[in-house]
Design a protein around this ligand. Structure first.
Ligand SMILES: [Zn+2]
Length: 599
């Protein structure tokens, strides 16, 4: 048994999330966590909303609300979406908690004490007419990298590169259009080159990573530069140093604070369980270096933060970069075991775009379709290792042909036949070689499917689970228990149905990490009681340190099915089943396509 940290990317709280987002980080991390728990590991799955930074401030300004109010609004929307998908977070929190501020400041101070944070004089913008500092977000100009003409002083929204305001071509104030003046100002930088050797050695010891992720990460080491970790901005975590703590115009850069969320959320989770030190079982390199594993789930645009920058912060805090140093009071911290990055999902051949309405938000999806239908599509056809296109036609086809006609049909016909003819699970008498062969296919699935999920090959894993389903459908067609009507054939009919139901039960367990909502239903149709697939809950909590209350996702996942075949009990009453999956009318394709691109 290991301690398994599932560290899931933090969705940015400036709007609702679309299905591309949850395909990359949400569903794959939940499938992995559910499987690892069923296999007996001690899983801690944490994340939250990322709520600082310029885009939220800019949008709050535009909406005439405070950044906190805007973050409150979308934090709640995102919590509800992730809840609707059944994502089993041990804690889904946010970056505006006082606990998070304290952990971020602790890491900043530790890195600073060890010499890895250095002050540098850079150019900052001021307004010539007022003489006041002009925050980065109020400066706009042409991106020096891609030529986009509305790049902001800290980032280009077109190419995604981080910028400094003085790099912009033809910079202008967004307040009054005047050209800002650049004067010298002090900021803090993370000394990334001091970690190149340590990170290189760590990457050399990585096994099993997706090769493109490893190669991309190694290449980043060739050109490491000190990276700014503070900005001219009022919305963010204050800088915890004398002379800086009370300055309202300087804040820690959002990327620095958000990536520390994995650790702060683990600390918050531990504090909420009543054992404030419990987080160390996943994080302490001294006490739990060997039996603790950390898996980080994200889209490929975030690899650099998880394979270079986060390891640099952990190494620097632990005193393990070129400059040495001492671990801070949290002790030496574990580096990631694996960075699991997905590729991009596109929509009907186009990049997702909220402004151009090439989008389907999670909330709208869940209003019209079942969560497991989306989870199935993501697992079977998502962007696991290639950029992948979501089309409504393919979604409907997979739902109808695979989920409904394959798995749903197997569940429905085996249970209804047994209910009609026996009213209960019939006993098995004298198994034939065909019976034994099918039971063995299902039993072998536990090793195959489990190993594939453990290696983050979920597409192959669900394919193997669905192969068991296909074999069982074939078996039923060949054995044709509906033809065994004669009284003398009753025993054989019961045996065939027993075997089919046992394989339904096993396939249901194999599919539980992927399809937890329907797995619970199938479990109950087979006469099971209690929790089979535990679900997260939305809980309104108080901030632990006196800040405002907020909603979190948490759950008790110690209950539920184990990763094993459980023999069915003959005599368990069965009743006629209701369909577990909904067949979709092909007309939904046209309806959904008509919604795309509507203003
Ligand atoms: Zn650009």
């Amino acid at each position: 048994m290991s301690h398994v940290l599932a560290a899931v990317a933090w969705p940015y709280a400036n709007g609702p999330r679309h299905i591309g987002h949850v395909s990359g980080f949400g569903v794959p991390s939940d499938v992995f966590s559910r499987y690892m728990r069923m296999a007996g590991h001690d899983v801690l799955m944490v994340s939250g909303t990322d709520e600082h930074g310029t885009p939220i401030q800019v949008q709050a300004d535009a909406d005439g609300v405070s950044p906190r109010e805007l973050a409150d609004r979308y934090n709640r929307v995102i919590v509800e979406d992730l809840h609707g998908l059944g994502l089993s977070y041990d804690l889904f929190t946010r970056t505006t908690t006082r606990n998070h501020y304290a952990v971020v400041q602790e890491l900043f101070e530790g890195l600073h004490q060890n010499g890895y944070i250095v002050a540098r004089t850079t150019l900052g913008a001021i307004s010539p007419s007022t003489g006041r500092t002009l925050p980065d977000r109020y400066i706009e100009g042409t991106c020096p990298i891609c030529g986009y003409d509305s790049a902001r002083g800290d980032q280009c929204d077109n190419c995604g590169n981080q910028l400094d305001p003085e790099q912009l071509i033809n910079p202008k104030s967004r307040i009054n259009g005047e050209t800002p003046q650049f004067v010298e100002t002090e900021h803090f930088f993370l000394d990334l080159p001091a970690f190149a050797e340590a990170i290189g050695g760590w990457l050399d010891r990585r096994e099993n990573w997706r090769p493109n992720v490893l190669k991309f990460s190694r290449n980043l080491l060739d050109d490491l530069q000190p990276r700014a970790i503070t900005r001219d901005l009022e919305w963010g975590v204050p800088i915890p140093l004398d002379g800086w703590r009370d300055r309202a115009d300087k804040r820690i850069y959002v990327w620095f604070d958000a990536v520390i969320g994995y650790l702060s959320a683990s600390v918050e989770w531990a504090r909420r369980t009543g054992d404030p030190e419990a987080w160390r079982r996943w994080w302490s390199a001294d006490a739990h270096g060997k039996d603790a594993l950390g898996y980080y789930f994200m889209g490929k645009d975030n690899i650099v933060f998880h394979s270079v920058i986060w390891p640099a912060l952990l190494l620097g805090y632990s005193g393990e970069g070129d400059k040495g140093g001492q671990p801070g009071r949290l002790g030496r911290l574990n580096l990631p075991t694996e960075v699991v990055s997905s590729e991009y999902l596109t929509m009907e051949g186009k990049k997702f775009s909220s402004s151009r309405r090439v989008v389907i938000y999670v909330r709208d999806f869940l209003e019209r379709y079942d969560a497991d239908a989306l989870r199935y599509f993501i697992a079977a056809a998502g962007p696991e290792s290639n950029d992948t296109d979501f089309t409504w036609a393919e979604f409907v086809r997979r739902n109808n042909d695979e989920l409904v006609a394959g798995w749903g049909n197997l569940v429905n016909r085996s249970i209804s036949m047994a209910a009609k003819n026996f009213g209960a699970i019939p006993p098995a008498v004298d198994l034939t070689p065909e019976d034994r062969a099918l039971l063995e296919v299902a039993r072998a699935g536990f090793a195959t499917v489990g190993e594939l999920i453990g290696k983050h090959r979920q597409k192959a894993a669900i394919g193997e689970a669905m192969r068991v389903v296909a074999e069982a459908n074939k078996y039923l067609s060949e054995q044709a228990p509906w033809k065994l009507k004669d009284e003398s054939q009753k025993e054989r009919q019961g045996t065939v149905l027993h075997v089919a139901l046992q394989v339904v039960s096993d396939a249901n367990t194999l599919l539980t990490p992927f399809l937890p909502h329907s797995a619970q239903k199938v479990f109950e149709l087979l006469g099971g009681t209690g929790v089979h697939a535990p679900m997260p809950e939305i809980v309104e909590v108080e901030d632990l340190d006196g800040g405002p209350a907020y909603p979190v996702l948490m759950g008790d996942y110690t209950v539920g099915a184990r990763w094993e075949s459980v023999p069915l009990t003959p005599g368990t009453p069965l009743s006629a089943p209701k369909p577990v999956f909904r067949k979709l009318d092909p007309s939904v394709v046209e309806e959904e396509l008509a919604r795309l691109g509507e203003a």
